[in-house]
Ligand binder design. Structure first.
Ligand code: SAM
Length: 277
């Protein structure tokens, strides 16, 4: 019998993979690395439903929702995120990144996400935790710019993250510091330092500007009003841009060391900072 060429074998495996069928015969025996690779196939569409449009905020379309999440996954992998890491997701929203982390983190790795917006946290609790019990979501009611303008709530500037010291290997905040004023941002960076294990990594995204704004922040700066300090700028209701030097100072005072370079954003991808404890 003629042996199938390597290319044909690959083509047949790919076809079956795409169709979801098992190849009837002729497939090479499973290699030891197959389970490892399989665990890393992002289950977003097949395992976790797409959140309804009303909960997806401004990134309404499903392709854009994926696009941003996959870019975040890629950037976090390059920052050293590993499948065995215990991960904290600050301002987890409707689980845009968590949906992909489900297929990346090992079953005994711990994922914690918290957010001030209850309906988003509830969606994650109902749709992600039952399928991935190591993923926990916490609603943290706090007063904030526009998301929950209830002044009777505690201030995020004095909020202590509800996790023990040195309990995470990787802490991230995607598109969150872009909505927080300096006193909250400074507190959150201190909290990131507290909950990270020594050597742990922080990944966060920003709208940064210098005298030259970044490619991402340039259009976003339009309509932002500079604070008289010159250190940050705000566009109502809840967008905040930061002068790069100020963000560097806040990292330094928290104890977090920025890994150079800061990654300049592009199109809809914000400026990104990786730092270590
Ligand atoms: C633009 S969304 C990003 C959500 C998510 N990180 C993502 O990438 O899809 C900003 C999120 O930050 C949350 N948020 C705003 N202020 C917060 C605060 N002080 N603490 C925690 N989350 C906050 C909002 O409720 C919202 O879900």
């Amino acid at each position: 019998m003629t042996q199938p060429s390597k290319l044909r074998t690959y083509g047949s495996r790919l076809k079956h993979k795409l169709s979801g069928e098992q190849p009837a015969h002729g497939a090479p025996p499973a290699k030891s690395g197959d389970a490892w690779r399989q665990r890393r196939q992002f289950p977003a569409e097949s395992t976790i439903p797409m959140p309804p449009e009303g909960l997806r905020g401004k990134v309404g379309s499903a392709p854009q929702f994926h696009d941003v999440a996959l870019t975040t996954m890629g950037r976090m992998s390059m920052a050293g995120l590993r499948p065995d890491h215990d991960v904290l997701d600050i301002g987890c929203g409707v689980g845009r990144t968590a949906r992909y982390l489900c297929g990346f983190l090992e079953g005994d790795a711990r994922y914690e996400g918290f957010d001030v917006t209850e309906v988003l946290v509830e969606w994650c609790q109902e749709n992600i935790t039952p399928r991935f019990p190591n993923f926990h979501f916490t609603h943290t009611p706090l007063y904030h710019l526009s998301y929950d303008p209830d002044h009777s709530l505690p201030s995020a500037a004095e909020f202590t993250f509800p996790y023990a010291d040195e309990s995470f290997d990787f802490v991230f905040a995607h598109s969150v510091f872009t909505h927080l004023l300096p006193e909250v941002t400074a507190n959150y960076l201190n909290e990131v330092f507290r909950v990270l294990r020594p050597g742990g990594t922080s990944y966060s995204t920003w709208i940064l500007f210098n005298d030259e704004p970044s490619a991402y922040s340039n259009p976003r700066r339009n309509g932002m009003v500079d604070d008289p300090s010159g250190r940050f700028a705000v566009r109502e209701p809840a967008n905040v841009g930061y002068r790069e030097e100020f963000v560097r100072e806040m990292h330094a005072s928290s104890g977090l060391k920025i890994i150079e370079p800061i990654h300049e954003g592009f199109r809809r991808f914000q400026d990104a900072i990786v730092a270590v404890k």
